[in-house]
Design a protein around this ligand. Structure first.
Ligand SMILES: [Zn+2]
Ligand SMILES: [Zn+2]
Length: 210
């Protein structure tokens, strides 16, 4: 028998392995706080400003639709409540109440799932799906809270590591800089070399030495 989330072999009959169970537990514990934190990311660039909110007289400030979607009905709350309801149904229980603010509903649904985690990991037929869906959801939330700065791919490192062994590590221009350094071998590439890199013209020994 294998874990229905990661497909690792299990020692005893169950739905989830220990690792996937722990991961699900941790994520369910984090989601309610992350839901609250998302409120501070609704406005582009608003996450760092904690001063007084200026009075808006004209056009409203733009809102991050991706953050709004995650916080609205159909987002995080719906996924958690649907899984809680499916779990309760599988146990022969009635549907859970969906009352109060969305914040409270997120908390209640996540707690309800966490409190039944042992049963979910052992018996729930949807265990693999919930573990995978919650992992994806958690990843999406983390991206919303801390989006990776955009980078530009410029090609592969052409440095000769010795004996014609070309490094080949992917090179990216970090956001806001004009310095490209190979993270594998440390070779620097000035902006004037990026076009050559991107077109693969380094593939000659003379080019690699530049
Ligand atoms: Zn697993
Ligand atoms: Zn390199």
């Amino acid at each position: 028998m294998n874990c229905t989330a990661c497909t690792r072999p299990l020692d005893a009959p169950a739905q989830l392995c220990d690792g996937c169970t722990r991961g699900l537990d941790v994520r369910l514990g984090e989601l309610p706080a992350q839901y609250l934190l998302l409120a501070t990311h609704l406005r582009p660039g608003a996450a760092r400003g904690d001063g007084p909110v200026p009075l808006v007289r004209e056009a409203p400030l733009p809102v991050r639709e991706d953050v709004l979607d995650m916080r609205a009905a159909g987002g995080m709350v719906t996924m958690l409540e649907s899984w809680r309801e499916a779990m309760q149904q599988a146990r022969g229980w009635g549907p859970p109440a969906r009352t109060g603010t969305v914040e409270r509903r997120v908390m209640a649904a996540a707690r309800g799932l966490q409190m039944n985690l042992e049963w979910i990991a052992e018996f729930f037929e949807g265990a693999g799906d919930i573990a995978c869906e919650i992992r994806t959801l958690s990843g999406q939330v983390q991206m919303l809270l801390d989006p990776a700065p955009p980078t530009l791919a410029v090609g592969e490192c052409a440095a000769d590591l010795g004996g014609g062994d070309i490094c080949g590590a992917p090179l990216r221009v970090p956001h806001g800089t004009t310095t490209v350094r190979c993270r594998r071998c440390g070779t620097d590439y000035p902006p004037s070399s990026w076009l050559t890199l991107a077109t693969g013209a380094w593939a000659t020994p003379a080019g690699a030495a530049a």
